[in-house]
Design a protein around this ligand. Structure first.
Ligand code: HEC
Ligand code: HEC
Ligand code: HEC
Ligand code: HEC
Ligand code: HEC
Ligand code: HEC
Ligand code: HEC
Length: 291
């Protein structure tokens, strides 16, 4: 849930958004460039990830999405409204933006309670958002960078890399990691319509349904399969399955030459140009939506 506060500082409007329940309400942001010198390995990999590229700017247009699946342009109309464009780019193919009824675009009022447009920027950028005098939204840093996940890092740097001044999510168990990544990828607990193909992109909610997840006492987390500082691996997932399932019992199917995830984590296509991996690991006998 979002809490927003508008304050006036030296004649300038400042609007700060906080993600309620987030660990990161206080502290100074340093920007990812400041992390590079001491954490070059994490930095180099992270810069190439979909996270880092989740928001970019091209003159007056904001581009949401890294382009791995899609890019949706957004622009400011005036001091009241932003427009989410009605056409998006699906890897070079232009088509109607998901959720839109036509290609005219959808207008969002900047100051609406729970402002939808501020939420777009919140999940696709790092650090607090501010508003200029003419109500232009200004992210602290574009994309999902270091301090989105580790919290503000200025104090950590001032104190020469003090561990106590930075959050390391490495020790989180499966449920805590679901909530943590779920602050943007959506948290389990929401009522979900399992027949709706669009919901499959909410990975924490789906993983939470798997027997693998429920019966492994927190050992299976998002980072069992995804390196947090790298782009999607595109392979190597089956080795993770084999770590817990040395000899799965297959009677009804021939599995030779096929991947585990191809059958047990099928891809769902809510529309022709988009595909999401079903994170409810299971036995799919009736199509890819649910086991
Ligand atoms: C001046 C060098 C320096 C800079 C700059 C720096 N760090 Fe560190 N960082 C360290 C050192 C040294 C450690 C290891 C501490 C240890 O192992 O005792 C560390 C550890 C960490 C850890 C692991 C903490 C833990 O509990 O294990 C994280 C996460 C981290 N840094 C994130 C960041 C981020 C994000 C930035 C940029 C905002 C950053 N660091 C900038 C030196 C730095
Ligand atoms: C601040 C919001 C935020 C948080 C926190 C977050 N993500 Fe993401 N994540 C995004 C956005 C936005 C994208 C979409 C990038 C794009 O357009 O492809 C994304 C994309 C991804 C991708 C696809 C990346 C790629 O390179 O193609 C993976 C995998 C992923 N996230 C895993 C995680 C995991 C695991 C965590 C927790 C450790 C996490 N995310 C936390 C916002 C977030
Ligand atoms: C609650 C956090 C959140 C909000 C709010 C949000 N996004 Fe995202 N967005 C994500 C995450 C997470 C992904 C990665 C989804 C995936 O690939 O599974 C993503 C992916 C995308 C993508 C890439 C296509 C895709 O589905 O992977 C586009 C484009 C996008 N978002 C645009 C927007 C726009 C425009 C808004 C506001 C109208 C918005 N987002 C609001 C978290 C958010
Ligand atoms: C999507 C969330 C996310 C983002 C963005 C992110 N990290 Fe991390 N980081 C993690 C997680 C999760 C771990 C724990 C990894 C583990 O224990 O295997 C981690 C661990 C670390 C560590 C401890 C050593 C290690 O590699 O396990 C350092 C240092 C670190 N991150 C630095 C950075 C820096 C620098 C950036 C920006 C370039 C960054 N992180 C961006 C999620 C993130
Ligand atoms: C951390 C350990 C762990 C990992 C990793 C893991 N699983 Fe599981 N899996 C389990 C446990 C525990 C069960 C429940 C077994 C039981 O009910 O006795 C299970 C159950 C299953 C089932 C039966 C599901 C059902 O609904 O009946 C399938 C299929 C499965 N796993 C496939 C996979 C695949 C494919 C992967 C890799 C993508 C994987 N698992 C990764 C621990 C794991
Ligand atoms: C058992 C392994 C496994 C676990 C655990 C796992 N993923 Fe994935 N994830 C995959 C596979 C396989 C893909 C397909 C990726 C590819 O093509 O490289 C994927 C793809 C993704 C994508 C890209 C969009 C999509 O849906 O295809 C995102 C985002 C993502 N995972 C986020 C998460 C988050 C967040 C978690 C924790 C809730 C998580 N994953 C846990 C195996 C896993
Ligand atoms: C061609 C699709 C397919 C592939 C590939 C596949 N499975 Fe399965 N799996 C199934 C089906 C269907 C079942 C239901 C049981 C049967 O075959 O009789 C099943 C059952 C299972 C079970 C539950 C039975 C048990 O042993 O507890 C597990 C665990 C499992 N698979 C894991 C895996 C792993 C790990 C891999 C990769 C090494 C894999 N599967 C590859 C389709 C597949």
């Amino acid at each position: 849930m979002l809490y927003s506060s508008i304050t006036k500082k030296g004649g300038r409007l400042t609007l700060t958004l906080f993600l309620l329940g987030s660990t990161f309400l206080f502290g100074q942001y340093a920007g990812s460039e400041a992390c590079k010198a001491c954490h070059a390995q994490q930095w180099d990999g992270q810069a190439k990830s979909g996270h880092a590229k989740a928001l970019s700017r091209n003159a007056t247009t904001w581009n949401f999405g890294a382009g791995i699946q899609a890019i949706t342009p957004v622009s400011q109309l005036d001091d009241q409204f932003y427009l989410e464009h009605g056409q998006s780019d699906f890897k070079g193919v232009k088509a109607k933006t998901p959720g839109h009824v036509n290609t005219d675009g959808v207008k969002y009022r900047i100051t609406d309670p729970g402002s939808q447009i501020m939420k777009c920027f919140q999940c696709h950028s790092t650090g607090p958002l501010t508003l200029t005098a003419d109500f232009a939204i200004q992210p602290t840093e574009l994309g999902v960078r270091c301090e989105s996940c580790h919290g503000p890092g200025a104090e950590h740097i001032e104190r020469g890399g003090a561990k106590t001044a930075i959050f390391n999510p490495g020790q989180l168990n499966g449920s805590a990691m679901n909530d943590y990544c779920g602050s943007c990828h959506r948290k389990p607990g929401e009522d979900t319509d399992w027949r709706e193909a669009w919901n499959v992109r909410h990975q924490p909610i789906y993983l939470n349904q798997s027997k693998c997840f429920q019966k492994s006492e927190g050992a299976l987390t998002c980072i069992s399969c995804h390196k947090p500082h790298e782009a999607l691996a595109r392979s190597g997932y089956d080795a993770v399955c084999s770590g817990c399932h040395a000899k799965p019992a297959h009677k009804a199917v021939a599995v030779a030459g096929k991947t585990c995830v191809g059958c047990h984590m099928p891809v769902v296509k809510p529309q022709p140009n988009l595909g999401f991996t079903n994170h409810w690991i299971g036995i799919y006998r009736k199509g890819p939506l649910r086991p």
